[in-house]
Design a protein around this ligand. Structure first.
Ligand code: PEP
Length: 247
């Protein structure tokens, strides 16, 4: 059976001093984790965090990757650049990118493709807004978002990670119930299985106010293969406790 994956998303938080303290605290308490662990950090801190994580059990992740390969795209960071800093994962299509940077399904799919081409595993985020859930459109929305990535990435699809993050649960303290989360994960699993015979190896993470108190229950669901953790990944005891519950 594949190990679960717990990925922290620092979002736009951190400083040189705070990052060092956080990572030293994590490495001190981590021991040999029973799951895979990654930290998706702001781009300017990739070099620092890469050095701090050297020879550790924690992988490095970025929070975005350009849909372009190279050239006149001011402010963008390519997959090849990320790779030079030891990046293993890149978030793509986080709801904050979709909402504030107007990233469409097509752009998210292109970013996933660029990440894969650069040897980086995209963590493709999908999820419905509260209005979409209340309108009964949850399945339609997440399937549409994932379909774009499947369509663009074809047989490489078994190389991605998917994160189901209901938008109404991100940073709000409102977690999806285990039933709500498992139901959507099962839908995504079926969609991936229809696209690839190797879909069982794909991690489908849950994200949205995962914390030390609710992680074990969520992670016990059959189709929840890990977590994408925002706020709680900034607190050493909370993140370590989530990691410990991912067996
Ligand atoms: C996220 O940023 O992906 C996230 C899930 O945030 P939080 O855990 O704070 O809800």
């Amino acid at each position: 059976m594949k190990k679960k994956l717990i990925a922290g998303n620092w979002k736009m938080n951190g400083s040189l001093v705070a990052n060092e303290a956080l990572i030293k605290g994590l490495l001190t308490g981590l021991g040999t984790p029973g799951c895979q662990v990654a930290l998706c950090v702001p781009a300017v801190y990739l070099a620092q965090v890469h050095a701090l994580l050297a020879d550790s059990a924690i992988d490095l992740g970025a929070q975005d990757v350009s849909e372009h390969e190279i050239g006149a795209f001011t402010g963008e960071i390519s997959g090849a650049m990320l790779k030079e800093f030891g990046v293993r994962y890149a978030l793509v299509g986080h709801s904050e990118r979709r909402q504030y940077h107007f990233e469409t399904d097509a752009v998210v799919a292109a970013k996933a493709q660029r990440a894969l081409a650069g040897g980086i595993t995209p963590i493709v985020c999908v999820g419905e807004t509260l209005a979409e859930r209340e309108a009964g459109k949850t399945e339609e929305v997440v399937k549409r978002q994932l379909a774009a990535v499947i369509h663009t990435n074809g047989h490489c699809i078994s190389e991605i990670v998917v994160a189901y993050e209901p938008v109404w649960a991100i940073g709000t303290g409102k977690t999806a119930s285990v039933e709500q989360a498992q139901q959507v994960h099962a839908v995504l699993r079926a969609q991936l299985k229809a696209a690839s015979p190797q879909a069982d190896r794909i991690h489908i993470l849950y994200g949205g106010s995962m914390n030390a108190a609710n992680a074990a229950q969520l992670l016990a669901q059959p189709d929840i293969d890990g977590g994408l953790v925002g706020g709680a990944s900034l607190k050493v005891p909370d993140f370590l406790s989530i990691i410990a519950s991912a067996l």
